[in-house]
Design a protein. Sequence first.
Length: 369
Amino acid sequence: MRRVLIFFILTSVYFSVSVGQDRLMGNEEMMSGIKHGLDYMYNYEFEKADSLFLIIENKNPNHPVGPFLDGLNIYWQNAPLNPNNSDEVNMFIQKMKESSVLSVEVMKSKDDYIEGSFFSLVAHAMQMMYYADNDQIGKVIKHIPYSYRCVVKAFELKDTFEEYKFFTGLYSYYIEAYPEAHPAYKPLLIFLHKGSRTEGLKELNWIADNSVFMKAEGLFFLHHIYLSYECNPQMALNYAERLHKLYPDNTFYLVHLILNLFVINDYEKAAELIPELEQQKKSDDFAQMMELIFNGMIEEFVSENYEVSKELYIKGIEMAIMFKPRVDTYIAMAYAGLSRIYEREGMVKLARENKKIAFEKTDYPCILE
């Protein structure tokens, strides 16, 4: 349910972006600076992103764009952001609240109302994204009705402004795929705007190929969809490779590429990429955790050194404590590995317990079967 909630939140954000062509949105120089800054940020070049964001903030004093970009940079610098990062979380929330307050002031001007409403929504949406990622669903669920009204409106506007296809594509796909995977939710969705998995994927692929601002998000969602709901890891790999090529220093995108290679049993290519993750682990605990798990998989599948593999899996799971619940889907691979090893050792009960945990934690159950 968490991913559906996040989708509805994002929908409300983009509705405002597309119609907000006022002072900032219509300024090509500013928008170009934002785009380049976001590219630096996605590639973990945070100092360069900071420099561009500072220029934008200085040229737009008392505008919500400045604190919003600052908060977004904090979010990615500390990814996966979770309650254990209390100082960073407080700074992130503070920046988003500051952006929201400034948005209210901007909205008082009739000419700038749409732009102000955009930053108000996007600042709230980022806070909701954080709460959703950390299983604090009660803090986001109340926003879904408004977000739904926005996506219905987006269907009317997507032919005029094609970047809408990111959100109409997500909606069209998930409104059909999610209740198929989780039948218990069908009664809750029966009166909502109908969708189409085929049309949804078509629109998301348009975004992945043509979008300026939503390309990375489109590619990542397509990777996630094909690795989860479509259970087509070979197709998912195409999107993971494209993301890594665009943002080679992004730890999350690298992790998903390596994970995808393990899923299709391409251990050689996976092993070739693990050193890239090892280079980042000195300053990135998430990279270190994933390096342990991936090396555990190499020891299990390639070297057949099951004792070493087991130790690496356990260390990876122990490291994950600092990130929970944000990393559950990743450590599911370690629990699945432990299950296989315990089964090999004849420890049936432990094997069953670890397999159950793996399926409970992962967003990609089909890759564990």
